[in-house]
Design a binder for this molecule. Structure first.
Ligand code: MG
Ligand code: MG
Length: 274
């Protein structure tokens, strides 16, 4: 992974723009996800939507990835490839989306329920999303990478969940993956110090059972070793004046799904504009 590249205020505004295109794409998808639709159908809608908003799909062709979205249902953790199989009632689908505009990437993810899901799976989604905000809350001047990883790991492991080790969050900017690596596990007081101008993609990947994973022969798809479901939530966050500031938002998803949430309020300095 490359060096850590700090961003100035102007660059952070451009990154907010890229992040919000992804946020709106995920919001658009939220109202399309239902039993019967395929991940390939959703992928095509996302590609058009991103291009209509003056951006390029961030993942398409990146490291030769074949599609716009990483689509990882059920026991798939991340990097699943869209296909023509219809989603079914009771599935979960992790959607990771990237967009490139003005030379900067946005990159975030949400795990959606398809129809009605089991209470145990619903809890996995809730805890994983909460752990993302636990991580964001640790992104403060004075803390280190290990403090964030420790916080996320503790939050998830106390529920008996597995924290994926092999895949981590990352710095984000004019390349999709910059330094530092941002593990979802760690030891307090270890690793690089957080400093103003860092922009991170913070992204817990949490398994319902073991933390161990395997990879399909397609060279991409990562899935849980025990076949239990896995959840993935990701935000893009800048460190400004020593505090975390969200560049991405789940607001458009919640608007589409009729969900009320104040989870982002303390991490947002300025209100969202349409
Ligand atoms: Mg991502
Ligand atoms: Mg990422």
């Amino acid at each position: 992974m490359s060096a850590i590249i700090l961003k100035n205020a102007e660059e952070i505004e451009l990154m907010r723009e890229s992040a919000l295109i992804v946020s709106k794409t995920l919001g658009m998808l939220a109202s399309e996800i239902k039993p019967g639709i395929s991940t390939l159908d959703l992928d095509a809608k996302a590609e058009s939507f991103i291009r209509d908003h003056g951006a390029e799909p961030g993942f398409l062709g990146l490291y030769d990835f074949p599609n716009t979205l990483c689509m990882s249902p059920n026991a798939q953790v991340v990097h699943g490839i869209p296909n023509s199989e219809p989603l079914q009632d009771g599935d979960i689908i992790s959607i990771d989306c990237g967009a490139l505009k003005n030379g900067f990437y946005g990159d975030h993810a949400y795990t959606f329920a398809v129809g009605e899901i089991e209470p145990a799976t619903e809890k996995l989604l809730r805890i994983t999303k909460e752990s993302l905000y636990v991580g964001i809350n640790a992104f403060r001047a004075g803390n280190r990478i290990g403090d964030m990883g420790f916080a996320i790991q503790q939050y998830c492991e106390k529920e008996g969940y597995g924290v994926v080790r092999e895949l981590v969050g990352h710095g984000l900017g004019t390349t999709m993956h910059e330094g530092p690596e941002v593990p979802n596990y760690g030891r307090r007081g270890r690793g690089k110090k957080f400093v103003d101008g860092m922009v991170l993609a913070i992204e817990p990947m949490i398994n319902g059972g073991t933390h161990r994973i395997k990879q399909l022969k397609d060279g991409w798809t990562i899935l849980t070793a025990d076949g239990k479901p896995s959840a993935h939530f990701e935000h893009n966050v800048a460190l400004v004046d020593g505090k975390p500031e969200l560049l991405s938002t789940f607001h458009y998803i919640y608007e589409a799904l009729g969900i009320q949430s104040d989870e982002e309020i303390s991490f947002r300095k300025q209100p969202l504009t349409a």
